[in-house]
Design a protein around this ligand. Structure first.
Ligand SMILES: [Zn+2]
Length: 229
């Protein structure tokens, strides 16, 4: 058709505008955490090192030394919801008697970082990252990634695999490595389980606090957290 009526032109323009709006809306929806039904406890994120000076931080995500190969946090800090943090303090106290401290790799993680991890992880390794459509227990402030350090040397212990290693060596029941490495992994697990943390089988370093379902998925940056401490 050579001539287009004004009416048709207007219709086409409206359709194009509508399409643009839909594309923008769906792009925005993908940048937001999933909406969840139900009631949740009010978030009460607290900074771990302010509660227990013996907790060491090894926040790899604030450095280039992580699987993303770049810093995804601007600050090396770790937070958990208060009941989870208090349980972790009890774990720390119990392990101190055995000569070990806790070295934390990560606690609360903003949802936007979970989304980034999902996007950069190949399909065959997705069991090591959370689906942003469901959110991560880290996003709820109820998951912690950690290891032990020796109180005498201050050095992190050697575990059967490395933190964030995407291999079978990360499994909590991996039978390889040295007996001492397995002993330390199992020592951490027993101490965490005694205080209400459940292991995540593919990752020896990851633990979920029992009350994670009670907290919403959050997307706050660390500097936006105002813990009462
Ligand atoms: Zn984790």
């Amino acid at each position: 058709m050579k001539h287009t009526s004004n009416f048709m032109r207007t219709r086409r323009a409206s359709a194009a505008l509508l399409l643009c709006a839909l594309v923008l809306l769906s792009a925005r929806a993908q940048d937001q955490p999933p909406k969840e039904a139900g009631t949740f406890r009010a978030p009460d994120l607290v900074e771990l090192v302010k509660l227990d000076k013996t907790i060491k931080l090894d926040i790899r995500y604030a450095t280039e030394n992580n699987f993303a190969g770049r810093a995804v946090y601007t600050e090396a800090r770790a937070f958990l919801q208060r009941p989870a943090a208090e349980a972790l303090l009890r774990v720390s106290r119990a392990l101190r008697k055995k000569g070990y401290g806790l070295a934390v790799f990560d606690g609360y993680r903003p949802w936007s970082v979970t989304k980034l991890f999902w996007e950069i992880t190949p399909a065959d390794k997705k069991q090591f990252v959370a689906d942003p459509a469901k959110g991560s227990r880290h996003n709820r402030g109820c998951a912690v990634d950690l290891t032990l350090y020796d109180l005498k040397t201050g050095r992190e212990v050697s575990m059967p695999g490395e933190y964030d290693e995407m291999s079978e060596r990360s499994h909590v029941n991996y039978a390889g490595g040295t007996p001492e490495q397995r002993r330390l992994r199992d020592l951490l697990r027993a101490a965490m389980e005694a205080e209400g943390f459940a292991p995540y089988e593919p990752e020896w370093w990851h633990y979920d606090f029992k009350d994670w379902r009670q907290y919403p998925i959050l997307n706050l940056g660390f500097s936006e957290i105002n813990g009462r401490q």
